[in-house]
Design a protein around this ligand. Structure first.
Ligand SMILES: [Zn+2]
Ligand SMILES: [Zn+2]
Length: 110
């Protein structure tokens, strides 16, 4: 569903129909992190920190569907970005769990 106020994702240039901000994604991840080891937790948190710094400068924003704060890229690109980062640093087992957590059935329309 696209209304006339939609924004275009700054990474994939698709309309952002279900924007979710980094904070809300992080909240989802936090639930999973509670069951993970300290080193995994630390690694993931530091990637979130970097992710926040890179998304901050983009400028064009859309309100997050969950908290109404600004979301800069579509959830798809955010999670892809995270997966790329985490794939390099997480043990295989943890990365598989993370990928399962964010396979987009969680986000409805994707
Ligand atoms: Zn995108
Ligand atoms: Zn949010």
């Amino acid at each position: 569903m696209i209304n006339k106020n939609f924004n275009i994702c700054s990474e994939c240039f698709e309309a952002i129909t279900n924007p979710i901000c980094v904070d809300c994604i992080e909240k989802e991840v936090d639930c999973w992190l509670d069951q993970s080891s300290y080193s995994v937790k630390k690694a993931v948190k530091s990637e979130f920190k970097k992710l926040r710094q890179t998304t901050k400068d983009i400028g064009q924003t859309t309100p997050c569907v969950v908290c109404r704060k600004n979301a800069e890229v579509c959830p798809f690109c955010l999670v892809e970005d995270l997966k790329n980062r985490l794939g390099r640093i997480l043990p295989n087992k943890s990365f598989r769990e993370f990928s399962m957590l964010f396979n987009f059935s969680n986000f409805g329309e994707y």
